[in-house]
Design a protein around this ligand. Structure first.
Ligand code: V47
Ligand code: SF4
Length: 391
């Protein structure tokens, strides 16, 4: 019914013949082409894109909006690479300006969450030449010994590529070893923009596109799930974004191992690309909507609130997004150093639930693999607090 109403509304309101054909494809659950995606970016109004992306989102997930309870460990910001957009890293030659956590310091961070209902630790950082595969395998084993049920999502393809090459292991061998040590899944970082025209300008010395995709495919072949990101809103054109998403869609067709796509808005403070203007909120919402429409084989689309800010994360829930990441507990510096409004990112479960409810969506706490931990749609925190006082 809803589909029929939307179809007729779009048919009346949209004059452009090509856009009408694309809308028709979406309602018939047909895949859109790269040319269609370009037309959406170039000609689609915000309301047209939002209507279509929201239709798909609600078809897949209804009003459900996922979050999780997580914290980050950033082992170091010392990095052998020199990505132009990065505000976070310090070159090895300037390592005295950065930080390096010891094994014990990282285990102490994990232990500081003892007794708290956290389900995931996200480990990501710079590429430090002395923190090798052996070191991280030992860390993973020790975390698992201490808290076996904690899901470890860790290491971008950039970090893994460097570790495996230094250990003289193939990608398959390295992935098997680190998975056996306790790594459960991979985050989506390091993807940036796959197209060589852009990749060569913004991050030419780290893992290349084929290497990034190969690492994720190897993880999928071991039954691990991974995420994928795209750093957008800098010097890339729409066709580069579409090329990026096409490569991900093709890999997902083969493996079905990706959980979530996370468009990451470029922030321009304190880096070598500070002269590049940041994208507008309208552009951000278009990005989410086109991603939701184009990536028809990705189950989830995430807005990472520490990067986007809370209000824009709320807005994104009307443009295809169904996940806003987690509590985070002020444990990441990547975005505060790049100029995000969220200087100390942390939200309580109550704050996340309220944020989601304010825009009339249903908050659901998930684990990393999107198993439901708790549905908060009917939770009344005030009543719960009152009940605790009474008992
Ligand atoms: O790859 C670095 C990005 C990424 C800037 O998988 C920047 O759940 C914007 O991948 N402006 C690392 N972005 C973080 C990451 C991530 C974050 C949250 C959740 C997940 C997940 C993954 O951060 C890097 C790079 O694309 N980044 N500098 C910047 N100035
Ligand atoms: Fe290093 Fe990652 Fe920063 Fe690139 S984005 S310089 S790989 S920390």
């Amino acid at each position: 019914m809803k589909k029929e109403i939307l179809k007729s509304l779009i048919s009346e309101a949209v004059a452009d013949k090509d856009l009408k054909i694309i809308a028709e494809k979406i309602f018939e659950k047909q895949r859109i082409s790269d040319e269609d995606a370009l037309l959406l970016f170039e000609k689609g109004s915000l309301s047209f894109l939002g209507t279509l992306a929201n239709y798909i989102r609600e078809d897949l997930h209804g009003d459900k909006t996922y979050f999780n309870r997580n914290f980050h460990i950033e082992p170091t910001n010392v990095c052998v690479f020199a990505c132009k957009f990065c505000s976070y890293s310090r070159l090895y030659a300037h390592r005295d300006e950065g930080w390096e956590l010891s094994m014990q310091q990282m285990l102490d961070i994990v232990k500081s969450y003892d007794g708290k209902p956290i389900t995931e630790v996200h480990i990501v950082g710079g590429v430090h030449p002395k923190m090798n595969l052996e070191f991280f395998c030992e860390l993973l084993q020790k975390i698992k010994q201490h808290r076996p049920e904690l899901h470890i999502k860790g290491f971008t393809a950039v970090e893994l590529d460097y570790m495996f090459r230094k250990a003289k292991l193939s990608i398959e061998e390295g992935m098997k070893k680190i998975h056996q040590a306790g790594l459960d899944s991979l985050p989506g970082g390091g993807a940036e923009i796959f197209h060589p025209e852009i990749r060569e300008q913004i991050c030419d010395d780290k893992v290349d596109t084929n290497g990034w995709l190969h690492i994720h495919e190897a993880a999928h072949n071991l039954g691990m799930h991974t995420n994928a990101t795209m750093l957008y809103g800098h010097i890339e054109k729409y066709r580069h974004r579409i090329d990026h998403m096409r490569r991900l869609r093709e890999l997902q067709d083969r493996t079905n191992g990706f959980n979530t796509f996370i468009p990451l808005k470029f922030r321009n403070r304190n880096n070598d690309m500070s002269d590049v203007t940041e994208s507008s909120i309208v552009e951000d919402m278009k990005m989410y909507a086109v991603a939701r429409i184009y990536l028809d084989n990705f189950p989830h689309l995430k807005a990472y609130w520490p990067m986007l800010g809370r209000q824009n994360a709320q807005l994104s829930l009307s443009f295809g997004v169904n996940d806003i990441d987690g509590t985070i507990d002020d444990s990441t510096k990547i975005y505060s150093m790049a100029g995000s409004e969220e200087q100390n990112p942390a939200m309580t479960t109550e704050e996340l639930v309220t944020l989601i409810k304010q825009v009339k969506r249903s908050p659901v706490e998930r684990d990393t693999l999107y198993n439901v931990v708790k549905d908060y749609s009917k939770t009344d925190f005030e009543k719960e607090k009152f009940d605790v006082l009474l008992n």
